[in-house]
Design a protein around this ligand. Structure first.
Ligand code: FE2
Ligand code: FE2
Length: 217
């Protein structure tokens, strides 16, 4: 006589077989993320979140990430370029503030902090390790080292009185660091690295990077 445990085991192995079959026939892989094939369930979750009134901020960031990726033609380096440009534009808004606009300054520092955190996470978890695998270790280490200074600037700006006469001086220095760092990535390191990548490898990096970006929403 079949016991309850036997039945449970049978059900579990039927489900496992079904899952394996779906994986084989559907040929889903981590890379499908890049082509947006997984957007359906995510959009469903998004709608559910909206219905129960939570995750509106997450939803906004998710849609921004999707449109950013579409604008960049699904190319990891183009996505990063768009993020560089968008962040520098936020710095310009911050530099245009007056000493009495302390709330606006605090809010812009927060926005820049979020953008740089997400950007650095994508590079540090995917792009720089891929660079090291391609024997570009010196560049990867140099860039990651500079990310450390980005964090230091963020820490300073967040803890500095927003009406301090030093505030914009530090913002300008910070912007210079970001601009020079982004230029090195865009004009030297990424084009050289990308030259040696196949279409499949590019797709893989884009997919993995998008996946890491999603974790930071
Ligand atoms: Fe970077
Ligand atoms: Fe970057």
């Amino acid at each position: 006589m079949a016991t309850r445990t036997d039945n449970r085991d049978r059900t579990r192995s039927t489900n496992e077989r079904r899952e394996r079959k779906t994986t084989r026939t559907g040929e889903k892989s981590a890379f499908d993320f890049a082509s947006g094939n997984n957007a359906g369930p995510l959009l469903g979750a998004l709608a559910a979140g909206a219905v129960i009134g939570i995750g509106a901020n997450w939803a906004r960031k998710f849609l921004m990430q999707q449109s950013e990726s579409a604008m960049a033609g699904g190319q990891w380096d183009e996505i990063l370029k768009i993020e560089h440009k968008a962040t520098l534009a936020k710095f310009d808004l911050l530099l245009a503030t007056d000493d009495d606009e302390t709330a606006k300054r605090a809010s812009l520092v927060k926005t820049i902090h979020y953008a740089l955190n997400k950007h650095a996470h994508q590079e540090e978890q995917v792009v720089y390790p891929a660079l090291r695998q391609a024997n570009e270790t010196v560049d990867a280490d140099h860039l990651e080292h500079e990310h450390g200074y980005v964090k230091t600037f963020l820490y300073e700006l967040e803890n500095m009185p927003k009406d301090s006469p030093e505030f914009l001086v530090r913002v300008r220095e910070f912007r210079d660091l970001i601009e020079q760092h982004a230029r090195m990535e865009e004009e030297q390191v990424y084009p050289r690295f990308k030259e040696g990548l196949s279409e499949e490898q590019n797709k893989k990096i884009t997919g993995l990077m998008n996946k890491e970006g999603m974790k930071m929403l």
